[in-house]
Design a protein around this ligand. Sequence first.
Ligand code: NAG
Ligand code: NAG
Length: 554
Amino acid sequence: MFGKVIVLIMSILSLLLIYNFIRISLVYKNKQEVDQILTYLNKYLTTNYYAPPTNHTAYNSILVKPEFDYCKRSDLYKFYHPDVIMTDTYTFREAKGVIKEALRSSYFDCIPQMYHKLRNTQTLSKHVLPEQLTLPFTYYDQLIHKFKVGQASLCLFQKYNHLPSRHVLSHKDNLMNNQYKYIDSLRDKGIDQECINNATFIPKTYRLFQKQDCKEFFDYLNSNEYQNKIAQDGPQFITKVGLEVHRGRGIKVLFPEETKKLQETYKYGKRCGQDHSLLVAQQYIGNPMLYNNHKIEFRIYWVLASTYPIIAYAYDKTLIRRCIAPFDKFSLNKEAHVCNTAIVKSTLKQRGSDLDLDDENADESELFIDWKLDYLQDLLLKQGKIKDRKWLQNYLYPTVDRMIIHAIKSVEGQITRDSRLAEFFAADFILTDDLKIHIMEINYNPQTLKTTPAREQQHTKMTQDMIDIQNAYLRSKYLRFKKIILKILSKMQKDKRPLDYIITPKILEEINAAYKDKLDQGIKLKDDNLFRLIMDENLPGTKKYKDLIQTKCL
Ligand SMILES: *[C@@H]1O[C@H](CO)[C@@H](O)[C@H](O)[C@H]1NC(C)=O
Ligand SMILES: *[C@@H]1O[C@H](CO)[C@@H](O)[C@H](O)[C@H]1NC(C)=O
């Protein structure tokens, strides 16, 4: 009796062993070696690419517990389950709203219970990151600040929707400062004025604490051209105190009296270089294009699909917004000139703030006119301001794209380079009544509205198009790495030598090339994707910039 039980147990055990053997040897063929290679790759890439030094103690509102062997498991799992990457999309988002709903309706939300936990930092972490996760799509960028990159988050076979250095574009003072530095660097290279004009994306700004800028500014104030302009169009400049520009505060409009005071302070330019007060004079856009007597702005959504190399796309559908107060260029009321209400909200929404994320959908519906720029084109055609029925394609989009490219180029040295990183931005543009365009500001995590079914549908589509981009780059990279891993594996088996001998400088070169984002291996964006490529550093010469910047301007 006892013997029989033993035999039974033994046979069950041996069956289990055989089962396990089959599972490991057939399904997870060469698991040990592949594991070794993947561990090597993650370590190599973390050493040579983006790896922030430590995990900060930032506010972890997503309640996910970091696990230090996570990438090891996740990458291995994906190596043996290509469908997880090539066919499916595993994602999650902590913030409620249109984006989360869009993700849930079209893809696998792999942490469905996840929601942003308000003011409850004490609660223990409830979730862990699932191995299948390919495209975490979070509102906050905690996966890079709270998790050890390359170990606990942002594995080889993942693509994140955030970029740690995004503030170089989205903070107003940074945007302005980078514009200055960029223009300076072009001047230093001896690049001609027409190029510099085209590279100027924010309204012309003079730093009065900088000798050359200051002189140029006062020379202009003394010119007849300037006198004629103010006689005809009213004030031409505003001054702002400090580099840290907060809209509406410290702003003076240069009416004749204020201009005179300023000229006296700077002795009509003679004190340039001696007065170091942090004052800037910015061209005042006193002739905005009006809609029913209100200033309008339009918002271009765009993504940095990768920063290694830089690849950017802009969205074809655009939001037109109007300002609250009716416009009057002679008014001394700031409300008439300063009209961006979203500004307060976006400032509050910086990382770490306790703001209720339901606000992601906060809406001022009456301030949004239409989703399409076609409407603007129709209006301009009707007003006789333009004749070209393809004005959007021939003028507006190329101009907008070039400005975004220059904005990116102005910070290219400051952007964290890694193919796991990406970011979603919106740039607000103002159009003047003579059809000139300026960037007013750039935000990340732009609001996605759902007030009307049409708008909700548009934002859902935009989310799907963003995911399509993320997937396409990740899938190409996955296929490139799979080839390399199989190649290393076969060498290991043939040469019977440890990994260190197999990874030659040539193979390292291949690894570095494979890590660079590009669409290849037969992967393309969907035909109905409404994002258009505006910049791709993989391409040669001026093709990088869609030929929107001439060679002599580079
Ligand atoms: C931070 O990193 C250390 C190891 O570098 C780890 O022991 C610790 O648990 C991490 N803390 C958090 C909150 O992730
Ligand atoms: C500047 O922009 C204009 C209009 O957008 C374009 O026609 C011109 O070729 C550009 N010039 C240079 C030097 O890039």
